[in-house]
Design a protein around this ligand. Structure first.
Ligand SMILES: [Zn+2]
Length: 383
């Protein structure tokens, strides 16, 4: 039993197809073909608006869903991190309920796959029975060098717990200001990693800390009671500082890129050389607006042909988990960037970033990418 769809516009993950194109899937949504109306036969369902493959959320923290509306907006990165650390603990039942609701919200808004940061095993049960695809990024942090082994071993334990439910698991560093070189090296040497992500250049607070050992992030360590007297200012921007520990041959998703400038991009492209195509920049504009009120220079990333993908970040810093909402926000703030390009970020680029483009991200034969109808502000999951 085939299903056939057509609409005023049909975006296939790469481009808008000629008018009167028809998407044909089997009953489970596996793409059989895309053909002109003349060849499609009977029973073509005409929907209003646009057809688009399911969205990829390249950066989320499902386990923080219970922090929705708990953290005040606009306090900046340091205040945000302090609040997350302080508020994370909650009844497990409450955490599980919030995750379930958040996941349903993702499904309803057309998300089919998620790159999800995990600091705990809290999300294992929900992921076991989930219809969403997850790549689980087991995140580790620890700024003093002596804790590197212990922190890595703890991450390894979480890694193995997730490996029991899925092969799609990596161990990843949190951010340049929260991970020691020793811990970065342990992660770089972890041979099971194929895909790594890191929060990068989220705010000027990060640069001030790494470069000059100054700024609000000092307060974070004071608050946590962690002695960082060993740390010497590096004189480098945060991306420059971590770059030697980004291994060539691995695929990376750099998340946020709010303060990324041309010199950062030049250095990145030089470091990765021909492998720059395995580097992805993830934008989470609603989270940036929530935390610091500053958005990344998206035009600069586009001019430099960076591979862009989109993420929601968590409900601790977003009012919804919707890639569609992130797209709408980007369109409003960066009207010169073409819709086709932005839709690619949400679909095929995201699928490539999570190494699942053989399954998701475009209407190509054999894939089961999900089928969305978008009509103005409305989104409807058809398959
Ligand atoms: Zn994040």
């Amino acid at each position: 039993m085939y299903r056939k769809f057509t609409a005023e516009k049909l975006f296939d993950g790469y481009r808008f197809l000629p008018e009167n194109s028809v998407l044909i899937t089997d009953s489970r949504g596996t793409v059989a073909d895309v053909v002109p109306m003349l060849d499609a036969g009977d029973d073509v369902q005409q929907v209003s608006g646009m057809l688009c493959p399911g969205f990829i959320n390249s950066h989320c923290h499902l386990e923080l869903s219970h922090l929705k509306n708990k953290i005040p907006e606009g306090g900046g990165l340091t205040e945000f991190v302090i609040n997350v650390v302080g508020e994370r603990g909650s009844e497990l039942e409450q955490i599980a309920d919030a995750m379930e609701k958040a996941e349903q919200e993702m499904i309803n808004s057309g998300i089919v796959a998620v790159g999800d940061i995990c600091n705990t095993t809290h999300s294992i049960e929900i992921k076991k029975k989930s219809r969403l695809y997850y790549h689980n990024f087991i995140e580790t942090m620890g700024f003093p060098e002596p804790v590197a082994s212990q922190r890595f071993d703890a991450a390894l334990e979480t890694y193995h717990a997730f490996r029991e439910i899925s092969p799609n698991v990596s161990i990843v560093p949190h951010a340049p200001y929260s991970v020691s070189v020793a811990l970065m090296q342990k992660i770089a040497q972890f041979s099971a990693n194929r895909l790594v992500t890191i929060h990068s250049q989220e705010s000027e607070e990060e640069n001030a800390f790494v470069k000059d050992k100054s700024g609000p992030l000092l307060k974070l360590y004071q608050k946590l009671g962690i002695d960082i007297s060993f740390f010497q200012p590096t004189g480098k921007r945060s991306l420059d500082y971590i770059m030697p520990h980004l291994q060539k041959g691995l695929q990376y998703i750099l998340v946020h890129n709010v303060i990324t400038n041309q010199s950062d991009l030049d250095a990145l492209i030089e470091h990765f050389g021909e492998q720059s195509n395995e580097l992805y920049c993830c934008l989470c504009p609603h989270a940036n607006q929530y935390i610091s009120g500053v958005l990344p220079d998206v035009e600069l990333l586009v001019q430099n042909s960076m591979n862009i993908v989109l993420g929601t970040d968590s409900l601790a810093s977003n009012h919804q988990l919707s890639i569609f909402a992130e797209l709408q926000m980007l369109q409003k703030n960066f009207p010169t960037i073409e819709l086709t390009e932005m839709l690619r970020w949400a679909t095929i680029n995201g699928a490539k970033a999570l190494q699942i483009d053989h399954l998701f991200g475009s209407f190509e034969k054999g894939k089961q990418p999900g089928v969305l109808q978008i009509n103005g502000d409305m989104i409807n999951v058809l398959v």
